[in-house]
Design a protein around this ligand. Structure first.
Ligand SMILES: Nc1nc2c(ncn2[C@@H]2O[C@H](COP(=O)(O)OP(=O)(O)OP(=O)(O)O)[C@@H](O)[C@H]2O)c(=O)[nH]1
Length: 644
């Protein structure tokens, strides 16, 4: 168990920790000289509950709240200290508000310096404490008078802490490692050391970890957990990790960094969150208000953009936190906000979405999405997210951003449908399929002569609208299941065959023979056919364009159509030209020689290949893009093609 102190300056936090543990947590010379705590102090003792209890001693000074916050993040139990002579003071209240915002619900109040107060005074301060705690998660915390001078109450307080320790279930250490760094220093012989409370997972000697947001890789060389040399540390323990790595050094790491399992690394500087404004605030939060954001051990400046109605004091609502720089975080981590000049705590809450959008962040769809994200249970959250716009979730991102253990991730995704990395509700996929079939059937009916509907037009017409990066996987999946056919850039229903009208088909039959044969590399143009057949140019062009959409021909340059089989043959010639060179880069002349065509047409053909991504161009040189070499292969017409 980790116990964290809280309370006003000089109320006896450090003295109490010393009395309970025998350790003076004020290590710094300056701390001793001035009699105040400046840095976080740490002490460990065996309270007789069968384990080592860790104490984090925080400063009470109003200007050191950021340090208190860095220490309060990982604690299990709050030891709230109120001096019997002074009573409840400003930082008593502020620390309490912070503990409440951080969701710390276990704690006890030590009425310190009890030797300085008579019975009446003690009773008055105790009543005041109860009143102050009312309405917070710590409302039921016991109040115990203690004195480090007379020793009064220390035994009772120790017993209270030991009982709490026995009552706290061991935290699960499933899931990826997360350890917010509250100190980093170098130790002769041991190298770079970072300390902090393990929020999740476990860490063993030899583990490869990352520091986030910097992304520096490190190897764990040594571990102290709860002040003992160990082989591994786990969630809920205070650990000191000795780290090794090429760029690892004291200067490269600071408080606020997080030691994480590498898979979690995805720093963010725009987080959508649920913010509760403290009732003590004088007015609703202004739009884009500058604040200090504290989460884990990090404290940085940020701006708060309310996403819904203005948040009144004492109320909660969705906001976007725009951070001065990226940090490592997870959903649903807690955070606390202080005002820009760092004089008071404003409020706090939980993160809902680590990838808040910059634009369209206030739409009803977005607010519905955030409302769904509020559910802390991952399975329920996923179900609710899939029921809200945009009706799909990128599963690996969801798992990473919630730092889910494998078993939790599997449980969360059970019963959902998959398209590549995306999950949807079964009902959504059914609706998507239905809208796809209806859309294509409608298109075929009004455009019987066309091969099919363009992929992008189809994507934009479907509900829900899948992102461009995911749509090809959906089409591929549906094609494999035989529900549609993919032909180049077009999609059609399996039973649809593009049909030209009898007149158009007759014209095509006139033209087709002249496109093939020996002249196939330099076929006549639209105007030539018009003259030859006595058909208006516009008609020839229209019929050839229809044939292009049916995959019979390709329009290499304006009004210049080649048979699809010829296009495929020319791709092979280009590939041969590339094979002749040492590095695969060839000049246009090599291609022209193989085709025995004019230079201008050869260049037009290569430009056409460039446009379709079949070739990649660098100055006068080109090479074949192996991923698209089959684009015009008639046998491969089912292959998925995304526009280059
Ligand atoms: N009479 C009396 N004095 C105490 C008791 N406990 C602490 N003190 C004195 O109160 C002063 C402050 O104690 P600390 O423990 O340093 O207070 P703190 O809350 O840790 O202070 P910060 O960490 O700076 O906020 C010291 O001079 C202590 O000797 C007590 O039980 N009785």
């Amino acid at each position: 168990m980790i116990v964290g102190t809280a309370g006003h300056i000089d109320h006896g936090k450090t003295a109490l920790v010393r009395a309970l543990t025998g350790v003076d947590a004020d290590r710094l010379k300056e701390e001793k000289a001035r009699g105040i705590t400046i840095e976080l102090g740490f002490a460990y003792t065996d309270l007789g509950a069968g384990g080592v209890t860790g104490f984090v001693d925080v400063p009470g000074h109003e200007r050191l709240i950021h340090t208190m916050l860095a220490g309060a993040g990982g604690i299990d139990f709050a030891l709230i200290v109120v001096a019997a002579d002074d009573g409840v003071m400003p930082q008593t209240r502020e620390h309490l508000a912070i503990l409440d915002l951080l969701g710390i619900a276990r704690g006890a109040v030590a009425l310190t310096k009890a030797d300085l107060a008579d019975k009446d005074r003690r009773a008055a301060v105790t009543a005041d404490i109860h009143q102050t705690l009312a309405g917070t998660a710590l409302a039921d915390a016991p109040v115990l008078p203690v004195s480090t001078v007379t020793g009064e109450g220390l035994g009772a307080l120790g017993a209270c802490l030991a009982a709490a320790e026995r009552g706290i279930a061991l935290r699960s250490d499933d899931g990826p490692l997360r350890l917010p760094v509250d100190r980093a220093f170098t130790l002769t012989g041991a190298g770079t050391i970072v300390t902090g409370t393990v929020l999740a997972g476990r860490v063993s000697i030899g583990d490869e970890v990352l520091l986030s947001p910097t992304g520096l890789p490190a190897r764990v060389r040594s571990i102290h957990a709860q002040n003992r040399v160990v082989e591994y540390g786990r969630a809920g323990e205070r650990c000191a990790l000795g780290l090794a790595g090429e760029r690892i050094g004291r200067a490269a790491i600071s408080r606020g960094d997080m030691v994480i399992a590498p898979a979690l690394h995805a720093p963010t500087d725009r987080i959508d969150a649920e913010l509760r404004l403290l009732a003590s605030e004088p007015r609703p939060l202004a739009d884009s208000a500058p604040v200090h954001l504290h989460t884990g051990s990090v404290g940085i400046s940020a701006r708060v953009v309310p996403l819904g109605a203005p948040i009144e004091p004492g109320a909660a609502g969705p906001v976007q936190l725009v951070l001065a720089r990226p940090i490592a975080a997870a959903v649903p981590d807690r955070f606390v906000l202080r005002d820009a000049s760092a004089t008071r705590t404003i409020g706090g809450g939980r993160f809902l979405d680590l990838r808040g959008p910059q634009r369209r962040r206030r739409t009803p769809e977005r607010l519905a999405h955030l409302a769904a994200a509020k559910t802390p249970d991952p399975r329920e959250a996923l179900t609710r997210l899939l029921a809200a716009p945009p009706h799909f979730v990128i599963l690996p991102d969801f798992i990473r951003d919630r730092a889910l253990p494998e078993a939790e991730a599997t449980r969360a995704a059970a019963g959902t449908e998959r398209i590549g990395q995306v999950v949807l509700a079964p009902a959504t996929l059914a609706a998507l399929r239905q809208s796809l079939t209806e859309r294509l059937a409608g298109f075929h009916e009004t455009n019987p002569e066309l091969q099919g509907l363009g992929r992008e037009r189809l994507r934009l017409a479907l509900e829900p609208r899948l992102p461009g990066g995911i749509f090809p996987a959906f089409l591929r999946q549906e094609a494999e299941a035989g529900r549609l056919v993919l032909e180049g850039a077009f999609v059609r229903l399996p039973e649809h065959v593009a049909r030209l009208s009898a007149v158009d088909e007759a014209l095509w039959q006139d033209i087709a023979p002249e496109l093939g044969g020996d002249a196939r590399f330099r076929p006549p143009r639209v105007r030539d056919f018009a003259t030859e057949t006595g058909t208006p140019e516009g008609e020839v062009r229209r019929v050839l364009k229809l044939c292009a959409r049916a995959g019979r021909v390709d329009e290499i340059a304006h009004d210049h159509f080649f048979l699809r089989t010829t296009t495929a043959e020319m791709v092979r010639l280009a590939a041969e030209a590339a094979e002749e060179t040492a590095d695969g880069w060839f000049v246009a002349a090599r291609f022209r020689d193989r085709m025995q065509n004019g230079r201008k047409v050869a260049i037009q053909i290569l430009d056409f290949f460039d446009r379709h991504g079949v070739t990649l161009r660098k100055g006068d040189l080109r090479r074949i893009n192996p991923r698209r070499i089959d684009l015009f292969d008639p046998a491969e017409s089912v292959a998925v093609i995304t526009p280059a």
